[in-house]
Design a protein around this ligand. Structure first.
Ligand code: NAI
Ligand code: 2YC
Ligand code: MG
Length: 262
């Protein structure tokens, strides 16, 4: 499980603002607008209780504080409990939290105690990054390259399929790629196969590796929507092709979770 580091979360507000500007350029809406339109929900004074969790690798420096800043950025009233774990959960409920946010090493959840809705960060992240890319205003292409088909990538690829895109998928795990091809009906991407489209205007990446997008598939002004950490392309390639990069370590996925449980 690729865990966030405090370095990933530095200047989270600045990272969120930069991502919001990119989302606006790509879709015409800000992150809030995409979430509102996609989920059909609007926040109305739900209080968010953020509970630090000490299990496994333990508390990640600035993770809870980053969630507090992210919740505030999207207009939610939130607080981080003084206590972690079970005591923290109790403290959150006693202090009026309607939505609980908490994460161990495997699951990051949002749970709305009032309506019972619950969300998992991995599918919520894959789906919202795919939704943003699917709204790219500057292309009418319905071809998408999806690299990385795991817990975040698979739901993202499935979302593109559900929206009627032709998805070319690639994953380093051959067995996983074969399973995804048969379950989603996507086309296995092979960089050297002449039948595959050469270049894409919409690329989605969700891997824990850097530089996973080959230069050969990058078209001028394409959108690369990638929750994957570290970044899927170099700054040099981003500049060379005028790539619109949608990439942020935690906030876009968290907004997707919150809007999905309202
Ligand atoms: P996962 O391990 O379930 O899936 C990753 C997939 O990428 C695997 O199937 C693996 O075979 C594949 N892969 C690895 N290297 C590859 C390469 N060079 N080329 C093609 N495929 C390759 O991991 P998960 O949970 O889906 O997370 C993916 C990434 O997204 C991680 O870096 C994680 O930290 C990040 N993440 C980011 C979030 C955000 O809000 N930005 C939220 C959640 C996860
Ligand atoms: O500080 C805490 O409460 C820790 N227990 C938080 C652990 C989060 C572990 N998960 C991750 O780092 C990744 C993130 C990208 C979001 C989902 N998984
Ligand atoms: Mg994010």
């Amino acid at each position: 499980m690729a865990l966030l580091t405090p370095e990933d979360l530095e200047n989270i507000n600045k990272q969120l603002q930069a991502a919001d500007s990119a989302v606006r350029r790509v879709t015409g809406l800000d992150i809030k607008g995409v979430c509102k339109d996609f989920y059909g929900t609007t926040p109305c004074c739900e209080k968010v209780g953020i509970v630090p969790v000490t299990s496994g690798n333990g508390i990640i420096g600035s993770f809870s504080e980053s969630l507090h800043a992210i919740a505030g950025y999207f207009g939610f009233d939130s607080f981080v409990t003084d206590m972690p774990d079970v005591s923290g959960y109790y403290e959150a409920v006693r202090n009026g939290a309607q939505i609980i946010l908490m994460a161990d090493d495997n699951t990051f959840l949002a749970h709305n105690l009032k309506n019972g809705k619950i969300a998992n960060n991995q599918p919520c992240t894959g789906i919202i990054y795919a939704e943003i890319a699917s709204r790219y205003l500057k292309t009418d292409s319905k071809d998408v390259l999806a690299v990385g088909l795991g817990k975040v990538g698979f739901p993202g690829a499935a979302h593109f399929v559900n929206k009627g895109f032709r998805v070319y998928g690639y994953d380093a795990d051959r067995e996983l790629l074969d399973k995804t091809v048969s379950s989603l009906g996507i086309i296995p991407f092979d960089p050297v196969n002449p039948d595959n489209p050469g270049k894409f205007s919409i690329i989605f990446e969700a891997t824990p590796c850097a530089d996973t997008i080959p230069e050969s598939v990058i078209s001028e002004n394409c959108v690369i929507s990638t929750p994957g950490i570290p970044c899927a392309i170099s700054k040099e390639l981003q500049r060379k092709y005028g790539v619109e990069l949608i990439m942020e370590p935690l906030g876009i996925g968290t907004a997707s979770m919150l809007y999905s449980v309202l």
